[in-house]
Design a protein around this ligand. Structure first.
Ligand SMILES: Nc1nc2c(ncn2[C@@H]2O[C@H](COP(=O)(O)OP(=O)(O)OP(=O)(O)O)[C@@H](O)[C@H]2O)c(=O)[nH]1
Length: 387
């Protein structure tokens, strides 16, 4: 789709991105979590774990409250056994709510979700066969029948989470299996066609809930991407960039891997604005960042630090690798200015082990200082580690 020339560069870039997403470029990300950007993965982990905490907290209270109804409806000893089951279930929910504290680690979010579905599944496998072995009538029979619907409630609960298709399937499998186990245990009580009908309904609810989770995920990925990026250059904005840099810094420390940052600033950019206007200046900035992005690995990050200052974050890259990367970028060029001269930049490189930086902001400050040294040596220059 062609974007009209009269629009500003920022508006054009945004529209192009929207059209790109309309071509379903993001579709694989709805199937598998491996396609997600680190930013989306982190936000998703935060949402999943905070919802697990919320649901676990709510059920930690509601599960024991139902004891009152069980006491009124069921005779001894069923009522006592159900009460014990509910107390254990509620304790498990309390532990889960304490464990899941809005973590941005997707592994913790997965574990929390698995536990959140495992707890009621275990309660279902305990309570449903127990109740079906007793003959009941009236109110007791109606309440006992309600216990059979627990897997349906759990399957519907999948819709609360932003999930991929694979994740939906993975979390639904134990729920479907528990229904199958109960069907086998009660094969003599209900006809196969009734079991098959219940299983089919459960499968349909699971599919619809997974689709709802996928649509949540798709909506969320658009919002995260749009709010995280600077619309003119497509680089990460400072707020989300710093968030990821902090994460990558801690990851590098934990894994004892190098992490380099390249701080760079366009040379004499003010003159472009002053002589040719801000629209031309915007074009130069957009060309500059797209030239940088062309040479980035998928795991590298480009941040717009402010104005015409950028930071390139290179995980698992030593100082020498960062120097090579900058040499490669400069060789390839950053596009032309309106006067047809090549746009240049000044670079400062820092690596956290070589420069003994304790925090990511210390690392950025060192690279920034080196960038100023590069400016003071006449611009269009690089100052690397150890200088
Ligand atoms: N067009 C445009 N200009 C911007 C944007 N952000 C910052 N600028 C301009 O960038 C210019 C930065 O000027 P200076 O800090 O003097 O930098 P410089 O001219 O590149 O000089 P050196 O850094 O010393 O090479 C200012 O004119 C800002 O208005 C932007 O988004 N679009």
């Amino acid at each position: 789709m062609k974007v009209p020339d009269s629009l500003s560069i920022a508006a054009k870039t945004t529209l192009k991105r929207i059209f790109a997403s309309k071509s379903y470029a993001g579709f694989p990300a709805l199937l598998s979590a491996h396609e997600h950007s680190p930013l989306l993965s982190r936000r998703r982990a935060e949402i999943i774990s905070s919802r697990v905490r919320l649901v676990a907290g709510a059920f930690a209270v509601l599960t024991p409250l139902w004891i009152i109804i069980d006491v009124l409806a069921f005779p001894w000893p069923i009522m006592a056994m159900l009460m014990a089951g509910r107390i254990v279930t509620s304790a498990a929910f309390i532990l889960l709510a304490l464990y899941c504290r809005g973590s941005s680690d997707i592994r913790i979010a997965y574990r929390g979700m698995a536990a959140m579905f495992a707890i009621p599944t275990a309660f279902f496998l305990f309570s449903h066969p127990l109740l079906s072995h007793y003959q009941m009538a009236g109110m007791a029979d109606a309440i006992a029948a309600g216990y059979a619907f627990l897997p349906f409630v759990m399957a519907a609960g999948l819709s609360v989470f932003p999930l991929t298709a694979k994740e939906g399937l993975a979390f639904a499998t134990p729920i479907l299996l528990s229904e199958g186990v109960v069907a086998v245990m009660q094969v003599d009580m209900l006809s196969w066609s009734s079991h098959l009908g219940a299983f089919w309904l459960l499968f349909l609810i699971t599919s619809v809930a997974t689709l709802a989770g996928m649509s949540q995920l798709s909506f969320m990925s658009v919002i995260v991407e749009h709010s995280a990026r600077d619309s003119l250059t497509g680089a990460l904005n400072r707020l989300s960039g710093v968030d990821l840099l902090d994460f990558l810094f801690h990851l590098a420390k934990r894994n004892d891997e190098p992490l380099s940052v390249v701080f760079f600033d366009l040379d004499n950019f003010k003159k472009v604005n002053d002589f040719y206007g801000h629209t031309e200046g915007d074009r130069v900035l957009a060309r500059f960042s797209s030239a940088v992005k062309k040479n980035m690995r998928k795991s590298d990050l480009l941040l717009r630090w402010g104005g015409e200052e950028f930071i390139l974050v290179l995980p698992n890259a030593s100082c020498d690798i960062a120097m090579e990367k900058v040499a490669q970028l400069r060789k390839q060029g950053f596009g032309l200015r309106p006067d047809n001269l090549p746009q240049t930049a000044s670079f400062g490189i820092a690596e956290y082990t070589a420069d003994n930086a304790k925090t990511w902001d210390e690392l950025v400050a060192i690279a920034d200082l080196r960038m100023y040294q590069a400016k003071s040596t006449g611009k269009d220059a690089v100052v690397g580690c150890g200088t």
